[in-house]
Design a protein around this ligand. Structure first.
Ligand SMILES: NC(=O)c1ccc[n+]([C@@H]2O[C@H](COP(=O)([O-])OP(=O)(O)OC[C@H]3O[C@@H](n4cnc5c(N)ncnc54)[C@H](OP(=O)(O)O)[C@@H]3O)[C@@H](O)[C@H]2O)c1
Length: 280
């Protein structure tokens, strides 16, 4: 079994790798260095957001790299303060200028902010920006089924992906089943639980020992076998390489089951429930 990254095809035909690179907190010249290294190590799906304040660093790393633009999949996200239609269109354009790109492969509405209740307008802006060629594929992040149902009813357009908090302590079983039914690709944010104490987990350590892999490789392989696309962040080339090296072994059904049992209803990292949490 080789270690090449398999691809997935979204419902609009765009292909993406089965694992991507998260860039939260990779800013400035150190950020450029880390993102350049990730591209050199083989990551082709890169996740940023307007609110990470590092679209400049991502753009610079892309320009430095010798990888042709068409081989990369660049994602950014629209913040809550720009959900109004005109503001959203301008925000997408400004994101592109900062990255020095002509188009995004993926652009997501970052949070639904249901109390603010403007996510339909934001979605309409993404639908139109796609028509104008600014975005190839449009998606959401942190949207619950009720929010996605409303997008579908009002605009007839379903997101190609929904990026949600997903790790062994919060495995999003119901949300994943909903995505499956709608043919929406699940993407996992904080796929490694931002590390913290998860590396100490005995179940994960035992499975890692069985396969002679690290706990992070076991977690990322679990994401892959669930069918979700994880986007781990790492500032180190060694750990970036380690995280990509998950396609040469398989977890058994019972190992998958043991990891699924680690999930808890209150397992979110910061209790950010999209039904009530808002981010601007
Ligand atoms: N849509 C949203 O609302 C949302 C919210 C949060 C995050 N995100 C996206 O998801 C991405 C990933 O989530 P995240 O950054 O929160 O957390 P994460 O990827 O789960 O974990 C990152 C942490 O794990 C460490 N790490 C990575 N690989 C490791 C390895 N092999 N061994 C040991 N430690 C390792 C990193 O340290 P080092 O850097 O030192 O290696 C860092 O401290 C973000 O960067 C962002 O792009 C989206």
């Amino acid at each position: 079994m080789g270690n090449e990254t398999p691809e997935k095809t979204l419902h609009d035909g765009l292909t993406i790798p089965s694992i991507g690179f998260g860039t939260y907190a990779l800013n400035g010249s150190e950020g450029i260095h880390a993102i350049t290294s990730a591209i050199d190590e083989g990551y082709r799906l890169i996740d940023t957001a307007y609110n990470y304040e590092n679209e400049g660093a991502v753009g610079r790393a892309i320009q430095r790299s010798s990888v042709p633009r068409h081989e990369l999949r660049v994602t950014s996200k629209l913040p809550g303060r720009y959900h109004g239609y005109k503001k959203a269109v301008t925000a997408i354009q400004e994101s592109l200028y900062r990255l020095n790109l002509d188009y995004f492969d993926l652009y997501l509405v970052h949070w639904p902010n249901p109390k603010q209740d403007q996510y339909l307008e934001a979605w309409q802006a993404l639908v139109d920006a796609k028509k104008w060629g600014l975005i190839r594929s449009i998606g959401t992040s942190n949207f619950l089924p009720e929010h996605i149902d409303r997008l579908e009813q009002e605009t007839g357009e379903l997101p190609t992906i929904n990026q949600v908090e997903l790790h062994p302590y919060f495995n999003q079983e119901q949300q994943r089943a909903y995505h499956h039914e709608k043919n929406i690709q699940t993407e996992s944010w904080s796929p490694l639980y931002r590390i913290s104490d998860i590396v100490e987990n005995k179940t994960l350590q035992n499975i890692a020992a069985q396969h002679e892999k690290s706990v992070t490789q076991i977690i990322l392989r679990w994401h892959y076998q669930l069918g979700t696309v994880p986007i781990p962040k790492s500032s180190s080339a060694k750990r970036q390489r380690e995280n990509l090296s998950i396609f040469d072994f398989t977890l058994s059904e019972s190992e998958m089951g043991l990891i699924n049992e680690l999930s808890k209803p209150d397992g979110r990292i910061n209790d950010q429930d999209p039904a009530v949490y808002e981010e601007f």
